[in-house]
Design a protein around this ligand. Structure first.
Ligand code: TYD
Ligand code: MG
Length: 457
């Protein structure tokens, strides 16, 4: 065998973690440009996982001998987070919480153990000193008697400490600040992040102790971060929203033990994150005022339908070319909807600036939102305020037709439950009469019919 500590140079994509033996301008795996960075890696027999392999002394088992009954769920004391996880944390699972800096990852992961003092928690902070964590904990309230703070960045020390302490839960804040002595590069590099995560995965699996791992995502994409980790970890919860606004959405984008695309909404208060169990409430203060340029949509995100506000501003373009900008909504889809309005309904919007915003910093991918986008744009264009007690749920097709969307029944019942007078849906939507009790369901076939019905006043 050759010497085991040979070194070679490889290139890693900072976006998806793809490895290549030579530099490439464009990553062949994810298609991103200029993301390849050079790394020196040791070849030969890896000496990695020295700490973790201590715990592992197991053999293959017959599938029939493995008991599934013991998949105990550990409640984290927050019904919304438990729901996102599919009913609580699974023993030995590795959960990644990703999000931009300042969005509330540390707050949430400290708040959870403080709310469930029966769980002995080891909170490893590589970002803040024990004192800083203490100050945050005081702000959050709760019972801190069973929560242990460990300010450390060397992952081997963290594992050794955890094996000795045997907590019920370990939190590691954050993956970018941890490093392993088996990898040469600095903390936060692609190879360190991968190594730290696989050590933690091994630790979680072999000890049965669940680990919550925090990972930063930068504003302009995913620099050497959670993207590469998504396929290593069991669960990925991602924070979305505006760090300056009060509302944050936590979305499960991967879950080996439950369904994905579940969404929980939180409000950042002076004493931590408060779950918003009725997300429709976040738009209520705005929609009383009867402003032009707003329309309400019933969207379904994960399992729950809820109402939220679409805001549009249409104004005459100051310079030759009109600007289009969308926050929280796909801008290509906005352009498509504007083209449909022009071509199929004769609205001349090509010389107008159009700005679109989804309330509360929400990112919306549900096509049912199209009808509300169209109505918000027209409402601003005509400076005509829509009545505050109507809402929309329909997709707009390329020929201007309004198409039915999934789960219409549940959207209609949500509108009825919140006391709306009318909900506009596709002419072709089929729903149960019972769900429509207390609300008038207006069926429209296409954009001209929608405009006649909504803007006739
Ligand atoms: P933090 O959890 O530190 O973000 P992350 O770990 O994702 O970087 O969130 C910090 C923000 O939240 C910061 O701007 C202060 C604010 N905050 C509150 O508004 N209330 C609170 O109780 C706490 C602890 C933080
Ligand atoms: Mg933090």
């Amino acid at each position: 065998m050759a010497a085991s500590n040979k070194e070679k140079t490889v290139w890693f994509c900072t976006s998806c973690g793809n490895e290549s033996p030579k530099w490439l301008g464009r990553c062949p795996a994810c298609g991103e440009w200029n993301t390849m960075v050079e790394k020196t890696v040791a070849t030969g027999k890896p000496k990695r996982n020295a700490a973790a392999s201590r715990a592992g002394d197991h053999k293959p088992q017959a599938l029939s001998d493995i008991s599934s009954a013991q998949e105990d769920r550990i409640s984290l004391g927050d019904p919304e987070v438990d729901r996102l996880l599919g009913g609580g944390l699974v023993e030995g699972s590795l959960v990644l919480i990703g999000g931009e800096p300042g969005i509330g990852k540390s707050t949430l992961s400290l708040q959870l153990p403080l709310k469930s003092p029966s769980l002995k928690t080891l909170y490893v902070s590589g970002e803040e000193s024990a004192k800083q964590v203490k100050m945050r904990a005081e702000r959050l309230g709760g019972d801190a008697s069973n929560c242990y703070i460990y300010s450390e960045t060397l992952i081997e020390n963290v594992i050794a400490e955890a094996l000795e302490m045997q907590p019920d839960l370990m939190v590691v804040d954050s993956v970018q600040t941890m490093y392993s002595e088996t990898v040469e590069s600095s903390a936060g590099s692609v190879s360190q992040i991968k190594e730290v995560t696989s050590i933690l995965l091994h630790f979680a699996k072999s000890s049965g102790i669940p680990v919550i791992l925090i990972g930063h995502i930068t504003k302009d994409g995913y620099i050497a971060g959670p993207k590469i980790l998504e396929h290593i970890v069991d669960v990925v919860l991602q924070f979305e929203g505006d760090d300056k606004g009060a509302y944050r959405m936590l979305r499960s984008i991967k879950n080996r033990f439950g369904s994905t695309s579940e969404l929980a909404v939180f409000e950042m208060t002076g004493t931590g994150l408060r779950p918003v169990t009725n997300p429709s409430e976040i738009l209520m203060p705005m929609h009383e005022q009867g402003l032009s340029g707003t329309a309400l949509s019933v969207i379904v995100d994960g399992v729950r339908p809820f109402l939220f506000e679409v805001q549009a501003l249409v104004s005459t373009a100051a310079y030759g070319t009109a600007q289009r900008s969308a926050t929280g909504f796909d801008s290509r889809r906005l352009n498509m909807l504007l083209a449909v309005l022009e071509k199929r309904a004769g609205f001349k919007l090509n010389m107008k600036d159009v700005f679109l915003n989804m309330a509360g910093g929400l990112r919306v991918a549900d096509p049912a939102c199209d009808m509300a986008v169209v109505c918000a744009v027209l409402s601003s264009n005509f400076d005509f305020a829509l009545p505050s007690d109507i809402c929309f749920a329909g997709e707009v097709g390329l020929s201007g037709e309004i198409r039915p969307v999934s789960q219409v029944d549940r959207r209609i019942s949500e509108a009825a439950r919140l006391g709306f007078r009318k909900i506009y849906v596709s002419k072709y939507a089929s729903f149960d009469k019972k769900s429509a009790e207390g609300v008038e369901v207006v069926k429209v076939a296409d954009i001209p019919a929608l405009v006649r019905s909504v803007f006739k006043g």
